[in-house]
Design a protein around this ligand. Structure first.
Ligand code: G3P
Ligand code: MG
Length: 249
């Protein structure tokens, strides 16, 4: 099978825990550490604008409370998404998907867009995020990789931008996971690193699918996964793992 046209190491939520997750500041910090491939979580505002946020609520990572999906982007864009992390980032705004796309496209960075729908809005979120990604990346050699734990989100993405590569996220090896990834036309599986075995990697590679893992923050599992022949490692530890470290095994 063809090797994945991506750096091996992918910065989780921009720069892991070193900067407020899923903000432009985090992406800039990850890039300062030499990273050129990133993962982020994208959902929709009340008026359908894709933006970056991991949780369904604003509570943990902004100065507001409640469901993010109930607010319009004009309101979300004025929140403080940095003070929760540290004073150095006070006032850092939430990032629109548009801003992150501009940063990645302007710097030639690869982007793994995790479609993280507000519960109940899976299909539409996949549709909108994929359509917007296709518009922004039109004509580029390396498209973004769209991933989700939610099959309905990947179905939505397939409906509006079938040309963009998709990956099924796995936090357990539930019954039928392999067939589900194939039925969704995925090019890759992105699994919790603890789930991997040599057999699983061989099964994926045998089906022409790439095997990626999250969230790899320590040396010992990193070596083990590299030995298994994984195609991508998503990490918080952008200050400890060189993005230029080669593939092993
Ligand atoms: O996309 C990999 C990883 O980010 C999935 O889990 O909860 O960190 O978004 P989570
Ligand atoms: Mg994620």
């Amino acid at each position: 099978m063809k090797s994945m046209p991506w750096p091996l190491w992918i910065a989780h939520r921009g720069a892991g825990k070193l900067a407020p997750e899923n903000t432009l500041a985090a992406f800039r910090l990850g890039a300062q550490h030499g990273y050129s491939a990133f993962e982020c979580d994208v959902k929709l505002s009340a008026d359908g604008v894709p933006f970056l946020l991991h949780d369904a609520t604003l509570d943990r990572t902004t100065n507001a409370r409640g469901m993010a999906s109930q607010r319009h982007w004009t309101e979300l864009s004025r929140l403080d998404a940095g003070s929760w992390h540290s004073r150095a980032y006070a006032g850092e705004p939430l990032a629109s998907f548009d801003a992150i796309a501009a940063f990645c496209l302007g710097n030639g960075h690869a982007l793994n867009i995790e479609i993280k729908p507000t519960p109940g809005d899976e299909h539409r979120t996949g549709e909108v995020v994929a359509a917007e990604a296709a518009r922004r990346w039109a004509g580029r050699t390396v498209p973004p990789l769209l991933s989700s734990f939610q099959a309905a989100a990947l179905q939505g993405a397939r409906g509006s931008a079938p040309q963009l590569p998709r990956a099924l996220l796995l936090d357990s090896l539930h019954s039928g996971w392999f067939e589900q990834a194939q039925q969704l036309g995925c090019v890759a599986v992105v699994a919790n690193f603890n789930l991997y075995s040599r057999e699983m990697v061989e099964r994926l590679h045998g089906a022409g699918q790439w095997a990626l893992a999250y969230t790899v923050n320590d040396e010992s599992p990193a070596r083990w996964l590299l030995g298994l022949g994984l195609d991508g490692l998503i990490t918080d530890a952008v200050d400890r793992f060189s993005p230029h470290a080669g593939r092993l095994g």
